[in-house]
Structure formats: structure tokens, C-alpha cells
Ligand binder design. Sequence first.
Ligand code: ADP
Ligand code: MG
Length: 706
Amino acid sequence: MIAREVSSHPVVDTVAGTASVVTLTGVGPAFGASLARLGLARVQDLWFHLPLRYEDKTRISAIADLRAGEPAQVVGVVEAVERGFRHRPQLKVAIAGVGGQTLLLRFFHFNRAQAEQLRQGTRLLCYGDVRQGIHGLEMVHPHYRRLSENEPVVVDEALSPVYPTTEGLGQKRLAGVVGKALALLPPTRALELIPDRLCEAHGLSSLREALLYVHRPPADAALGPLIRGEHPAQQRLAFEELLAHHLSLRRLRAAVRHHRAPRLAVDGDLASRLLGGLSFELTAAQQRVRREVAGDLAQSSPMLRLVQGDVGSGKTIVAALAALAAVEAGCQVALVAPTELLAEQHLHNFRHWLQPLGVEVEWLAGKVTGKARQRAVARVAAGAPVVIGTHALMQEGVVFAQLGLVIVDEQHRFGVQQRLALRDKGVGRVDGLVPHQLVLTATPIPRTLAMSAYADLDVSSIDELPPGRTPVQTVAITNARRAEVIARIRAACGEGRQVYWVCTLIEESEQLRAQAAEVAYAELCAGLTGFAVGLIHGRMKAKQKQAVMDAFKAGELSVLVATTVIEVGVDVPNASLMVIENSERLGLAQLHQLRGRVGRGAIASNCVLLYQPPLGQLARERLAVMRETGDGFRIAERDLQLRGPGEVLGTRQTGDLTFRIADLARDAHLLPAVQQVAERMLADYPTQAGQLIERWIGAASRYAQA
Ligand code: ADP
Ligand code: MG
């Protein structure tokens, strides 16, 4: 039965699909090289090089009808031109429509010829995204074409696809070569890799038709669904792409699980001594997760587990207990954190907990250099039991004697590949054992998303906060009332409370961020005479940062002005007021993380979200969510709805899991079926599963062969 079905699905038409792109007419070596930069080597790669979006140039909008946030095509006559040369050149062109309403076109990059073409009286056809500027609506770098005085305006008949491209390769040329490749699409369902009966069971339509539709939407296509990515043709392709990603993560997991790992027992002597010395009892949720981890560690195949828990839920102690299991068995533990400051926090906690038990903790961050680094690396090679650091740990030259457990904090900032690099450090050392992996994340992930984005991991949730925490009262206040906020800080400091002031300007460099923090620092020093104010930012040396943090922890500083370096990991229970500047610029996940720095003790805590009006719709909603709830899971769900999974998953999604057409938030409803089809294909159609991964993920799929 199965054999017959397999044979009814011949491999993709080999002649046309696997031929090199240079076999297409008009594609020479240079063009071929541009295509190669986009990962497009074979004709079939072009079939699956899907439009990122569509531009609707099928109609002209009146300037009066434009709305910020929506792309539009308009016709207007240049009324005024202004060139500014302050920090960088800028060309501002005001155009007027038939009704006299004006729109500003803004160019940051332009040449002299272009500037001279855009003279007063010139008639332009423009297409671009409309945004809210200071003086009204504007378009930044619109596409435009000059029209002669009586030239009739011709609009497109169908939506134009916009493809991902590379320097020097225009949309027209790319669309042309895609068109040539599409002419070679096999005429039958020979393209199909998902077995017939699974297609039927899940109502999947023809892949060939779907490809033709998304590359060349017909003139009568319904524009709305296509622009939103909800057209059945797009959904058909999104399904297959999600399936390919899911399959690749499942295979990755299967490959890792195939290795052997050291069996570790978690209820050893060291663990009970640590627990006995703690000033608190584990919560029920911590105990449950600890048991789940213990169950994995006791196996001879590697653990692959994600522990998610809200900020302050107590993930660190659970990780420390797992670490002791490895140490007790004579294995090494590596703990990796995404930032130096967070790694330092862990170092501090682990030393505090483990040194009394006679377990040394090694420090290996990027800033450890020269002789100190050589000595640390030598101790790691000689078997130092616990090693904590940043990704410097994953660099070449760091070799472990016998790595038994890898703990990765804040997984969403690392990619699957980086995790594999660390795992490889254990491979082939002693008896070919690979380490167990424990991943910690403070970004709660909605269940459906977790099952797909983390299909290579089992998931545990610490869904309870330690007792005695008081919810943080949150208010949003406009920047115009800054003086009141400073008065409030003064009052809080007067009561012996400690305060964080976070500067969140999203500047392009650490230097500019540091400058912004210096300005706020000066302002607060002036406004809070009599109280000690400290400053911490990413440009300071690790020692300086540590000194400031220590002073704040010891209560010697009343106020700590910081850039978002304090986002994760800082723990000062007496800090009970958090002021976040320019809060409108941050995503929900980051705001939630920052706010999590207060409300850690029994004292009632407050959070002030300072914002710069006018607020956009999205920012308004985000601040409203922050005022309404402190529940990380609810915040993550809203985040997913508001911003999409990029925000929720961070680089995990935007880094090594970029999708061509799927969108995890929009297409979450497909995931249950994707998971079912994936299970069936892995079990019964492994060859097609491999081909699907290859088709959609290509070169990256080699990681699935691990
Ligand atoms: P996160 O999950 O955000 O990493 P931490 O592990 O840093 O949280 O824990 C936050 C604080 O709560 C720490 O000071 C930690 O010692 C403390 N803590 C952890 N578990 C408990 C518990 N069961 N009862 C009381 N305090 C706890
Ligand atoms: Mg933590």
C-alpha cells in the first residue's frame, strides 16, 4: 500500500527542475552569479523564490484620501523643493494633487541629476508607503516616474510582485527570469511531494496552480486577501513551507536524540545540600519542572528541553540543580547567556550557591582576554566543573574535557545553529557522548507557536511566581509631565525606595545610546540633589559596571540610570520604581522584561511608562496592554496579535528561521494540520520529507543531518 503511493510520486521533473539557471535564455555568468547570491542556482529554486509582497499600482489615490501606514500611488505636480545639509543631505519635494492637497516626498539618498529633475512644475507618478511626518503625510524614497504635461496616466492591470533581491538586480529582471523558469513547471502534479492521501485529507489544492498564482496574480485577483497573504494559493504554499520547517526541526531533534548522552541523577548529595541551604522553598511549578528535567537527564539520549517561565519565576535555581547533577557525575556544565551583564548575574548567583559546596565556577566571557583567557581555557580543557560566559564560550579554541550539560539562557537570542556549535564541543570527547541541553527563556510562547518554532525541543513551563510578590502598578505619562515624574522619584527616594530610570532611545550605536543615558543622568543629578544617582551603560568596562551594580544592590545609590543593558537578569529586590523613557518605541516583550526588574520584593512597586506623543496606534495598544496586565503569557499572546512572531521569538524567527511566505501569527491556524502531516511523512515517507526540507530550506537543511 505504502510502496504504491510512494511510487505514484516521482521525484520532481529532473530535467527542468534541477537544471542550472544559466541554461535559461538570457542568463549569462554575471546574471547567474547575482542569482547565486540569492541562493538561486537551479531552475526549481526560482519556482520557489516567492514574492515578499505585492504593490498595487492598479489605481491612483487622491492625496486627500491617503492614510498613514498604507502604500499608495498618486499623481501630483511639484510645488516646492528644499535641500537640507545639516548632518546629512536631504531632499524634500512637496507635490500637489488636483484638489490642491499636498504630500511631502523625502529623499536621503539622491544625486544631483535627480535633484535637478524634480523641479517646480514637474508632474510625477509616485508609489510608496505613506507615513505620518511632523507636518503631515509624507513618502520616504517613493518610486516615481516623471510624466510629461499631457501624458495620460496608465495604471497596471494586475498586482506587481516584489521579490527578495540583491544589490544590482532589479525587480524587472528578476521577475523576467522567474517567468522563464515558470514556463518549465512540470505540467502535472509531478511537483507534489506531499502524498495524495494527505493532500486530500487536509484539503490541499494543486501546488502548480498555487505557484503560478502567487508569481503572476491575474488581473481580476481579489487584492485584499492577496496583500494580506490570506489567498488560498498563498495559504497552500505557507502550509508547505511550515511543514518543511517543522520536518527539519523534527529531524534535527531525531538526529540529536540518536546520540548517546551521560546518564545523570538529579537527587544527589550536592543538590540536597544546595536545597537545604536556600532561604526559600521551591514553588510547586519549580518542583514539577525540576522533575521533568530529572526525567530527561536520567536517560542515555540527550535532553532537549526548553524551560519557559515569566521574569522572576525562578528559572535559575532549577538550572543550578540540573548543573549539580552533571557535576556530581563528573561531567562539565556550560552556561551561556546572550549578554555579558546577564552572564555576570549568573556567575554571581552560581558562585553564591555552588562555592559553599566546593564547586568552582569558571568565567569565560568575551572581555576575558590575553593571559587570563588562556588560563581559563586551560582550566576548561582540564575539566573545570561549571563554566559561565557569553557566546565567547562557543568560539573556536574552547574545548571541554567532558561536557555533560549545556544551559542556554534566553534562547530567543540564539539560533539553532549556535546551539549546535556548542553541542559539538561535547561530541567525540569521551565515548562519543553528547551533552544534554537545557534552554531557558523568559519570553513565554503561546502553545501552538512553541510547538512549531521549538519542534526540536520539549517544553516545560514554570507557570507560577514565588509567593510574596506584589503586582506592579503601571501608568503611562507623557514626556511633557517629566517634572512631575522627577518629583515622584524624589518622594520615593525619600521613603528609602530605589529607582531605575531606563533610557531606551533606539540609536544606531552603543555610543549614542550611552550619550542619551549621560544626558538623562545629568538631568536627574540636577533634579535629585541629596540623593545618589548612578549610571550604567554598555560602553563601560565590566569592572565599572559591576561596581555600579554592586553599589545599587548595596543601597548606596538611590537611582540607577541605565540603557537597556539591564533588560535581563538584574535582581535588586529593594528597587520598587521603574521609569522607562520613550516607552513607545519598545516592543511588549522588552517592556515586560524591563518592568520585571521591579516587584521582586514584598514592597508595592510602580512602573512609569514615559512616552513622547503623538502615539501611533500600535504604541497606544502596547502601552494599554502594559497597564492592564502583568501576566507574561497574556502579554505574549497580545504581542503575537499586534506585532507578529518576530517580536515574540526574536532572532529565532528572524534569524535562522526566516520564512518566504508563511507568517507564524497569521498562519497559526495551519499548525495543527502541519504537525499531523509531518508525523505521517516522517513515519511513512521519509524520502519526500527530505526533499521537502531541501526544497524550502535548501543549504540550511544540512543542519538537519546532524
Ligand atoms: P528568572 O526566572 O527571571 O530567571 P530568577 O531565577 O532570577 O528568575 O529568580 C528571581 C528571584 O527569585 C531570585 O532572587 C531568586 O533567588 C528568587 N527565587 C527563586 N525561586 C524562589 C522561590 N521558590 N521562593 C522565593 N524566591 C525565589
Ligand atoms: Mg533569569
